[in-house]
Design a protein around this ligand. Structure first.
Ligand code: ZN
Length: 1011
């Protein structure tokens, strides 16, 4: 049977529609009937990420749809490229939601239709393949092709090797995708990362299918992958250098509609569909080795060393120590780069002024999300009379945050249309509960915003009122009227006021004037309304969380984290992060080879010997070369001092450096060398007679993104920008994932290295950092600060063992409109309640059977589950230092070298504070002394580690006393060492944090103290 027959057959026409309907439901249907859904207000509709961050206000959908339909009409009779159409549809559909009610506004029309299409395509394929007359395909399987991507492309000894090998894998996977999506339309790719792809396929073992020439599909897949290449060049293809694993689900999975057979809310809640089993596919690591018979064939009639890149074939180019294929791939990557000079692929361009780079790594632990454990929402109110009614009333309260200028507590206020009472928990003033049919119109900020000044006869508009330290009201004006003179007195209803010297506010000058403001502007004697909110009313306990694990929702998870990493990279160019470098130098000159050397090859890199330093260049075309180095660093090594413009921007410094080098290079003659790899001397090739050195105006960001996968991130940045980048990642995480940070840990690592450190060692160190365990642990709630609720909650957590630090987490609890309280995402698992807890209003039995409490209902003394995020770093002063990056089962570093590592991500701020304390208070040599003394004492103390416990404890006390002495006796600037500073230094010095701050800022980044 063919697809056409399936479509044209009378008997199946009904099935075609019902199957589509079923796929449609399977893609998204969660249990909407029992979820607490909330309508967003018109013209204020947001879409959400999978983690409750409402990142985009939706508008202009009709225009987008018009554009899309014009695009589709434009095809006429032509058959357009499928990828182009997909992309165009995505551009439109990703700006609309399948359902705009919170919390299911996390699924865009794009996610939804894409998954429906994937399911339907597999269903149709199954019906055709099985020749079913009355098909019932409501089951699917996942098929995956997986490999160890990083292991493969991490072998490249230079960046162009790595980037080329990464492209090879990408192209191989693209070829598999087009085989399975187009050549034999069986399935749809729904997941891809550096380690391969996952497809939704029909409910059968597709590997065994055969085509018309009796070729097995699995063989075709392997063949397609092995054809992965660069620039369509068959010489460069993957062949059998890496063989991916394939896996198909042994059992199918399905998604039955809970509404068909069951009727009561409880029955709907109890119905369970197993989530799409993606974890079984993506949690495997490792690749098969290359095919030995093919490797043997490469070595026939060859006796050479092995290629340093692929580590499979004999070397073809002895100088560069690579085989012919790897050499061509490297060269090809460089050639491609000539068309994208706004980027860099050269590590020397990334290196900072001290010649150092940093590999930033990151990893989201998504495991429990991808098995569906963390996908749930609160249930809704059940209308007892009509339990399955689609639209039961939504209850809510209006709320206002008021500020009393005279600091009197406001417990109850009666406005003309509503009464407000103080909510003890948050301090907000709230209305009675009402259903959504009643609109909530909050009171205005002030009773009135207008004041009339008698002379001149004008009105002024009030923006804000605050209390001065002397107890007078300052009335901030929207704008200063030209008629008024700053500093002068004015009269309002016979009371005296002054206009401030800058003209921005008027201030009361008497008690009578204050009384007048209370009467005219402030509410109920002395308060203003700062902000208003809507607080949804949830089902009181006992109530349940409802699982929400449909395929689209899972798809959203990796889409969200993938987009997160892409945004991190697109921010690199910002001046506060990596920022851009204005350009390069283009050199023209004639090459005079030494005896026996050939000419210089296009797309190859060389080094120019300039006095005591080398300048990296790449040959762009015969006689034309581009610099691929940090020119500021080169100029500095050649004697350019930045002292004269030390306060200038980096761009100015860079331009000065290029000018300096231009002068130096012009009409000069310099030796050209070939770099031969780490640890070996360069090979002299000849001399370059330079005739021209022009500024080549192509600004680029000196950073290289290596991975922005759903889970893993890797990028190379200049070492001196690494902390800013790490902080930007932390800030973005707290903002976008903060609501679920208790269950979505992020590991961040920084590997510092010199630019000549072998790349595989740097990558290996990064990979080791990402291998640290992320574990859920019980933490105690020390404090819940709702002072800025619901914008955010400041939650202080600590652990019972006293050596671990206290963390203050800043948790957002508001939706994108800035008004609606988030009652869907910020829930914490309660392990143990505090003694005598206050009654909680938002407590749900989770899908794991545990109690989940809304952030606003956590109480001091509660014990909660928390998966903390981590931060670690390592400086590879030698390549083998990476072996020190290894963790015990408690998640701490093995060995005694860095006792304080890894850190909690939240501690990143402490690094900066401690460094500021050190560098402002001590001279460079004194910082050296201080940390050196402490660390020497630590070594003595650690000798007691193997003794019995009481000895060790005693030694620790002695150690602490000694450290205290050392800090007090350091030569601080006069009166600098306050008790506050001392109290932050002491624990940091004892734990080893201070030594790490020293290493980071002084050893690695070469910063200095006060001089
Ligand atoms: Zn090779």
């Amino acid at each position: 049977m063919t697809l056409q027959e399936l479509i044209e057959r009378r008997e199946t026409s009904k099935w075609l529609v019902s199957a589509l309907e079923e796929c449609h439901r399977a893609a998204h249907t969660e249990k909407e009937l029992v979820l607490f859904l909330f309508k967003q207000t018109a013209n204020n509709v947001y879409k959400s990420t999978a983690f409750g961050y409402e990142d985009e206000k939706l508008a202009g959908l009709n225009e987008l749809l018009d554009e899309l339909s014009k695009y589709i009409q434009s095809f006429g009779n032509l058959i357009p490229n499928r990828n182009d159409i997909e992309q165009k549809i995505e551009e439109t559909f990703s700006h609309a939601c399948g359902d705009t009610r919170q919390p299911i506004n996390d699924v865009t029309l794009w996610d939804w239709s894409r998954i429906v299409a994937a399911l339907y395509k597999a269903s149709l394929a199954e019906a055709v393949l099985k020749g079913q007359k009355n098909p019932e395909p409501t089951k699917w399987r996942l098929f995956s092709v997986r490999l160890d991507g990083l292991e493969f492309f991490g072998k490249g000894s230079r960046l162009p090797d790595l980037l080329a090998r990464q492209k090879l894998i990408g192209d191989g996977l693209n070829k598999i995708r087009s085989l399975l999506e187009e050549t034999y339309p069986l399935g749809t790719e729904i997941y891809r990362d550096e380690n391969g792809s996952v497809f939704i396929v029909p409910d059968l073992d597709i590997r065994e299918l055969k085509n018309e020439s009796e070729e097995n599909l699995l063989d075709l897949i392997q063949q397609a992958f092995s054809k992965g290449t660069l620039r369509d060049d068959p010489f460069l293809k993957l062949r059998s250098e890496i063989l991916p694993f394939d896996k198909v689900d042994e059992d199918s999975w399905e998604w039955t509609n809970p509404y068909i057979s069951v009727k009561t809310p409880q029955q709907i809640m109890d119905q369970h569909n197993k989530p799409m089993p993606i974890v079984a596919h993506i949690d495997r690591e490792g690749s098969r080795l290359a095919d030995p018979s093919i490797v043997d064939s490469w070595w026939q009639h060859h006796r050479a060393d092995i290629c340093t890149v692929c580590q499979l074939r004999p070397q073809g180019n002895i100088e560069r120590k690579v085989c012919a294929i790897c050499e061509q791939r490297r060269k090809g990557r460089a050639t491609d780069w000539f068309d994208e000079l706004y980027k860099t692929i050269w590590i020397d361009e990334v290196a900072d002024i001290h010649g150092r780079v940093a590999l930033i790594v990151g990893d989201f632990d998504l495991k429990q999300w991808l098995v569906g454990e963390f996908l749930f929402y609160p249930q809704k109110h059940w209308d007892e009379k009509n339990p399955t009614s689609e639209n039961p009333p939504q209850f809510r309260q209006g709320a206002i945050r008021v500020k009393d200028l005279d600091n009197q507590p406001v417990n109850e206020v009666q406005f003309p249309n509503r009464k407000y009472t103080r909510q003890d928990k948050t301090g907000l003033l709230v209305t009675d509960q009402h259903d959504h049919s009643l609109a909530f119109t909050p009171p205005t900020q002030f009773r009135s915003k207008v004041l009339h000044i008698n002379d001149p006869n004008i009105n002024v508009i009030v923006r804000d009122v605050s209390l001065s330290p002397k107890g007078h009201y300052q009335i901030v004006l929207e704008s200063k009227p030209p008629e008024l003179v700053p500093g002068r007195a004015y009269s309002i209803q016979e009371q005296e006021f002054y206009l401030s010297n800058d003209g921005s506010y008027i201030e009361t000058a008497s008690d009578g004037a204050k009384e007048l403001i209370k009467d005219k502007l402030l509410h109920f004697r002395s308060f203003k309304v700062e902000k208003s909110y809507i607080l949804p009313i949830l089902e009181p306990p006992p109530a349940q969380m409802v699982e929400a694990q449909a395929p689209t929702r899972m798809y959203r998870i990796w889409e969200t984290t993938h987009a997160f990493w892409e945004s991190v990279v697109s921010d690199f160019e910002k001046p506060a992060l990596v920022s851009k470098v204005p350009g390069r130098l283009q050199i023209e000159g004639t090459f005079i080879p030494v005896a026996g050397a050939g000419s210089l090859g296009v797309s190859h890199t060389y080094e120019l010997k300039l006095g005591n330093t080398n300048l990296s260049i790449v040959c762009k075309s015969p006689q034309i070369y581009l610099t691929v180095d940090n020119l500021r660093r080169t100029a500095k090594l050649l004697g350019l001092s930045e002292e004269k413009y030390k306060d200038a921007t980096e761009e100015v410094k860079y331009r000065e450096a290029t000018k300096y080098l231009q002068e130096l290079l012009k009409n000069g003659q310099f030796d050209v060398e070939e770099p031969t790899g780490y640890g070996s001397p360069n090979k002299p090739l000849g001399k370059l007679n330079i005739t021209k050195a022009d500024f080549h105006d192509t600004a680029y960001t000196p950073a290289i993104s290596i991975l922005t996968e759903p889970r893993t991130f890797m990028a190379l940045v200049p070492a001196d920008k690494a902390l800013q980048v790490a902080k930007a990642i932390k800030d973005r995480y707290e903002n976008e994932m903060g609501k679920v940070r208790n269950r979505l840990p992020l590991t961040v690592g920084v590997v510092f290295a010199g630019r000549r450190t072998p790349l595989p060692a740097i990558l290996d160190a990064g990979r080791r950092i990402l291998k640290q365990p992320t574990e859920t642990a019980p933490w105690q709630v020390k404090k819940v600060n709702l002072g800025s609720y619901p914008e955010k909650v400041l939650l202080t957590l600590g652990q019972e063992q006293d050596e671990s630090p206290t963390l203050i987490l800043d948790i957002p609890a508001i939706m994108g409109d800035g008004i609606t309280e988030d009652v869907w995402y910020p829930y914490w698992r309660l392990e143990r309640e505090t003694q005598n807890p206050v009654k909680r209003e938002r407590l749900f039995k989770g899908i794991d059977g545990k109690d989940w409490v809304h952030i606003s209902d956590l109480q001091e003394g509660d014990t909660v589950s928390f998966m903390p995020s981590r931060l670690d770093f390592e400086f590879l002063d030698t390549a083998s230092r990476r072996f020190e990056v290894s963790y015990n089962d408690k998640g701490k570093r093995r060995g005694s070298v860095h006792p304080a590592r890894p850190y909690y991500l939240e501690q990143l701020g402490e690094f900066e504070e401690l460094w500021a304390t050190l560098k402002e208070g001590l001279a460079t040599s004194q910082i050296d002394n201080l940390v050196g003394l402490i660390e020497t004492k630590r070594v003595e103390w650690l000798k007691y580690q193997d003794r019995d416990k009481s000895d060790f404890k005693e030694a620790l006390e002695t150690f602490e006393k000694v450290v205290e002495e050392i800090i007090r006796n350091a030569e601080w600037k006069k009166d600098y060492l306050t008790e506050t500073r001392f109290n932050s230094l002491l624990p940091a010095a004892v734990s080893g944090l201070l030594a790490d701050v020293f290493e980071l800022h002084m050893t690695i980044l070469k910063e200095r103290g006060t001089e």
